[in-house]
Ligand binder design. Sequence first.
Ligand SMILES: [Zn+2]
Length: 295
Amino acid sequence: MIFSADIEDWQQSVYDFDREVSSRVVRNTSRLLDILAKHSVTGTFFVQGMVAEKFPQLVKSITKAGHELACHSHTHRRIYDLTEAQFRDELHRSVALLEDISGEKVIGFRAPTFSVRDEFLDWYCDALQSEGIVYDSSIMIATVRSCYGFTDDGILQRIRNRGLDTYPMSVSKLFGKNLPVMGGGYFRLYPYWFNRWLAKRLDHNTSVFYMHPYETDTNEYHEVSQLVDISPKMAVHQFARRSSVEAKLHRLLVDYPFTSFREKYYSAKDITLMPASTSCAVAPAPHHYPIPVHL
Ligand SMILES: [Zn+2]
């Protein structure tokens, strides 16, 4: 099974894209690094460019601990809210930063909020390949919310036809419908036994677990709700059962063997470890274009 984590700061990546990335991301990611170290597990860390920009030492801690470094865009704006030029800019900035800090070639990408769609698949795949990305892990084969998801797995072949590898999130069939399992809000909200029961139907060799370090942050709601209005729906959707995640993670890491995408699929392949260019001399961020926030 693949262990993956999306490294972002909730208040910037979900609540307000123009907010500063806060140091909570450092505390939360460090906590996750400690948990993984305790279980001797290494995985893939999809790091947002804005996080790397503000906290380069965090990127170094991730690679020093033996995890694979991959890219999770720069500002976390959804791909379908960007033009091709804006996406290429986001991608180049973030990949260049990560490679510059780590000295390693980044070969994996995960789109913010799984925001890939058929209508821009051509330029999406082309942009990834022009930055040396080898695989994408942004597809959920389950229409669970209006803003992401595919109803059938034809999308995987359409991505592969464009020369990229793709590894979808894990889903399990229940009453004829694909139910996401082993990830994000689903892992947080489901009781552990229900996650484990759904996971029985998965191919444990190829399944993908994903999470956000902020999901172990039990103090964030208290702080954020004093600063901004949090609707009851958002409170449940984003904060409910965060206190259950750390204990569930420990059980998960005991119950299943985990590795990174790179270790599982590319360790024997001739992937250059050094980036083609470690220059971070990219133009200043033109990333304050107004985009509505979907929650
Ligand atoms: Zn994300």
